[in-house]
Design a protein around this ligand. Structure first.
Ligand code: GTP
Ligand code: MG
Length: 429
């Protein structure tokens, strides 16, 4: 585990590169976030170095002169760890470690390390190990093993040295086993979700540290782990939340997103992230006190698009309004996002308004119908279970009465299908 006591903190130097594409301010913001990540991993940032470049050096990522400058800093300040904000190849890491004579990591390795330290459940541990091995496989070199033994500490934990030392084939076998195990856990998850079908489900999504777990705790009176560090939540937690007098909904808290999230990680967290793709609607939580609101919103949306969750009915929720000195930012975002709601999860500000906004979203996006179908049309009945939320079932003579909630955009087509099937016009099902 990472030792967070100040005296034992591993000192590190951060390196960021800006190109014409990324620009200086984006690099600075990204580097600021890398510092937070380093802090979360238990390291102390003692220096930051940036470079403007038109292209990346194949051998060392940054230019020769910059490498020398880094080497000087590392030796002078006796820094054991250098972290690059961009992904490095195995060759680049090897060359840089050779010249700098210290451990070199990239942002992905650092994020994976944090996830490894934070993983608690069987599923999260399996997901992280899979992502680590997939990250490691193309980077597996004798020198890397040698250095991991020599330096130890951040970025050298994880799958364990014995596995790193075994050959690629064994790692590939292990990857196969982990994937199978995740599939098994994933199937259990599907069964659990089916058991919860009666309720409408929302998923809390957003940038890491936006306050998702805090909000779920407030809404459900539960005690999901909350911390002012990145990636406090790895496992999705689902809780029943009273929405209005007659209606409870399920809300799931999910892992936070961040820029340059390693793609292995997203792939291996597939089954947890299915909680998002399977949800009826999303609550996109944004930290309004952050300096990079627009960037964070964009990154969350891009990640959701990757997961095919970008099309879901979404309520934008701006959190932490208690941290705004003046309320100046609220009108600006209210104008840009007309349906958004503004809250404070820690102070419990405007939670009623938040619940009303969810109710409005649900009544805009979903309609409830009562459908009567002959029991002989089993295929149609199972189709309805797939496309909608069956709220109630009653059997009457040879018919099934379904009270069903359908997405408004599909409702007309489905009702027509039911009529045509009942009248024997439609042979689809
Ligand atoms: N001032 C203020 N702080 C808040 C508010 N909501 C959450 N926080 C703080 O923000 C930090 C992060 O909260 P979490 O609930 O862990 O955030 P999260 O989105 O679940 O984060 P990850 O699980 O890391 O993705 C904690 O220190 C919370 O106390 C709020 O409304 N106002
Ligand atoms: Mg959380």
């Amino acid at each position: 585990m990472i030792d967070l006591s100040p005296s034992r903190k591993e000192r590190c130097l951060l390196v960021g590169v800006s190109t014409r594409l990324t620009g200086k301010s984006q690099t600075a913001e990204s580097l600021e976030e890398l510092a937070l990540l380093a802090d979360t991993a238990g390291a102390e940032v003692v220096a930051r170095v940036t470079q403007d470049r038109e292209h990346f050096e194949a051998a060392t990522f940054i230019g020769k002169g910059k490498v020398e400058e880094l080497g000087y800093l590392v030796r002078e300040k006796k820094i054991p760890l250098v972290i690059f904000d961009d992904d490095l190849s195995a060759v680049q890491v090897r060359n840089l470690e050779g010249v700098l004579e210290c451990k070199v990591l990239d942002r992905s390795a650092l994020i994976l390390d944090i996830f490894a330290a934070r993983a608690k459940s069987n599923e999260a541990k399996t997901q992280v190990e899979l992502a680590q091995l997939q990250y490691l496989l193309p980077r597996l070199t004798r020198q890397w093993t040698h250095l991991s033994k020599q330096f130890g500490g951040i970025g050298t934990k994880g799958p364990g040295e014995t596995q790193i030392e075994t050959d690629r084939r064994m790692i590939k076998t292990r990857i196969g086993h982990l994937k199978e195990k995740l599939e098994r856990i994933g199937r259990q998850r599907v069964t659990q979700r089916k058991g919860r079908r009666k309720h409408t489900r929302g998923a809390l999504v957003g940038y890491t540290n936006a306050g998702k777990s805090t909000l779920l705790n407030l809404l459900s009176g539960s005690d999901v782990f909350v911390e002012n560090r990145l990636f406090a939540t790895l496992d999705p937690t689902t809780r029943l939340v009273p929405l209005t007098a007659g209606m409870d909904i399920l809300i799931t808290d999910t892992v936070g997103f961040i820029r340059k999230l390693p793609h292995h990680l997203i792939a291996s967290f597939k089954s947890s992230l299915e909680e998002i793709t399977e949800a009826d609607f999303l609550l996109h939580l944004v930290d309004i006190s952050s300096d990079n609101i627009e960037d964070q919103i964009r990154i969350v949306q891009e990640t959701l698009d990757d997961l095919h969750g970008g099309e879901k009915p979404t309520l934008m929720v701006f959190n932490k309004i208690d941290r705004l000195g003046d309320r100046g930012k609220i009108p600006e975002f209210a104008k840009a996002y007309p349906h958004a709601v503004f809250i404070s999860a820690t102070r419990g500000i405007n939670i009623l308004g938040f619940k009303e906004s969810i109710s409005r979203l649900l009544s805009d996006e979903f309609v409830e119908n009562n459908l009567r179908i002959s029991q002989q049309h089993q295929k149609l009945i199972s189709h309805l279970y797939e496309v909608g939320e069956v709220l109630d079932v009653q059997y009457e003579n040879n018919s099934v009465l379904l009270k069903i909630r359908l997405p408004r955009k599909d409702a007309e087509r489905i009702i027509r299908l039911v009529k045509e099937t009942e009248n024997g016009i439609h042979e689809l099902l």
